[in-house]
Design a protein around this ligand. Structure first.
Ligand code: SAH
Length: 379
């Protein structure tokens, strides 16, 4: 090709003139914002005031942050921004579950699910756009992986749902629990996730108790070990581990991550985690797949595997999606599986399926799901 630029060294070709984006304060937890404010020459405690306006009061305009002083406010206006992700679409199922499709600044889309109930209202957050783990029975994994979400894109999901509910300033707020069980693997985005947990837990901001924030992992062993070693009480939460099989040969197939972190590494990491948390129990999730992992023998193997661990077991009926190669275990099979575990002393609960009609149940979240559903509706 005879382009006149062909022989130019790359660095002399002018770069695109896109202006650098100013830092978004939603991406900061309290220690990070205090450090940043000190760099700007502002007192560190101003960080807490700003984050209180944002996360407790829902205020995004610096001019409304009346305890800040005019000079700091105009400095912030010039140097930083406050931009939550944008709700692109919301759907509500007849059981009250609501799912938001959330647009991120680069066009990536994630989903957030609100599950209201009499005893608690849970928000299910996504931590990555797509997911790299490709579990065989999960719709998200089939979509592939786009990228990690930033702190602001994760906490922003909570923020925008509170705003949609017009609930800023209400104490206690309407969302009592958070589960990181949306799209993505939280332990592969751990720095951001720990900052998000600290904002959720801090009484100055969302004020959720430790057991009301749950991180769910497919079993990223180094991440579990890092959580166990973290001594900052504001960054601690409840841990759930997606087990789905009690022998490697089957788990390798269902959760390919098992090939990197097999059960003989995963279970000791859970044991050490429980010990470091003074005997806190670990919840093991187990999606029940008809004829695959739901026999009485499978149940006995789970019981043996978890022996001596302070474990709770949460059985999840499989939620189907287009192209899925599995079926849900019949109710009688679910119940007998549950009985085997209960007889062996494990607290075992059966998760009620909710949000199924809007593809908002576990494992149904996808980048394209709403588009596809609508195509189906209009077909
Ligand atoms: N990556 C994390 C969190 C995401 S999913 C993890 O693996 O734990 C939350 C839970 O839903 C996991 O236990 C996951 O295995 C389960 N799940 C995924 N697809 C499902 C499906 N189609 N039906 C039922 N549960 C599913």
């Amino acid at each position: 090709m005879n382009s006149i630029h062909a022989d130019k060294p790359a660095e002399t070709v002018p770069r695109s003139a896109a202006p650098a984006r100013p830092p978004n304060l939603l991406d900061y937890d309290l220690p990070a914002l205090s450090a940043y404010f000190m760099e700007l020459g502002a007192a560190g405690f101003r960080a807490q005031q700003v984050l209180h306006w944002v996360h407790r009061r829902g205020v995004l305009e610096f001019d409304e942050m009346t305890n800040l002083g005019k000079e700091l406010r105009s400095r912030l206006r010039e140097t930083v921004c406050l931009e939550p992700p944008v709700p692109a679409e919301v759907r509500e199922a007849e059981d009250g579950v609501r799912k938001w499709r959330v647009s991120l600044s680069d066009g990536a889309v994630v989903e957030t699910v609100l599950i209201p109930g009499p005893a608690r209202t849970t928000l299910c957050l996504s931590t990555q756009a797509g997911c790299p783990l490709r579990c065989d029975f999960c719709a998200t994994g089939r979509q592939g992986f786009t990228r990690n979400l930033s702190v602001g894109e994760i906490i922003g999901q909570f923020w925008l749902v509170l705003r949609e509910l017009d609930a800023f300033g209400r104490v206690p707020g309407p969302i009592s629990n958070v589960v990181m069980m949306g799209m993505g693997e939280p332990l592969l985005n751990l720095d951001a996730v720990l900052s998000v947990i600290s904002l959720l837990r801090d009484d100055c901001f969302y004020g959720l108790a430790r057991r009301r924030v749950t991180l769910s992992t497919a079993g990223v062993v180094p991440g579990i070990r890092r959580l166990a070693a973290d001594r900052n009480p504001l960054r601690s939460c409840a841990l759930a581990v997606s087990l789905h099989a009690a022998r490697n040969e089957l788990r390798d197939r269902l959760v390919p991550l098992n090939r990197s972190y097999p059960l003989e590494r995963l279970i000791p990491a859970c044991r050490d985690y429980a010990q470091a948390r003074a005997g806190d129990s670990v919840t093991f999730e187990y999606t029940m797949l008809d004829g695959v992992n739901d026999s009485p023998r499978d149940a006995r193997e789970v019981a043996e595997l978890l022996h001596g661990l302070p474990a709770k077991i949460n059985l999840i009926p499989f939620n189907s999606f287009p192209g899925a190669a599995y079926r849900r275990s019949p109710p009688a099979v679910l119940e007998s599986f549950q009985r085997v575990l209960q007889r062996r002393g494990y607290q075992t609960t059966l998760r009620r399926t909710r949000g199924d009609s809007i593809a908002a149940a576990c494992g149904q979240l996808t980048v394209a799901s709403m588009r596809r559903e609508q195509e189906t509706i209009h077909a």
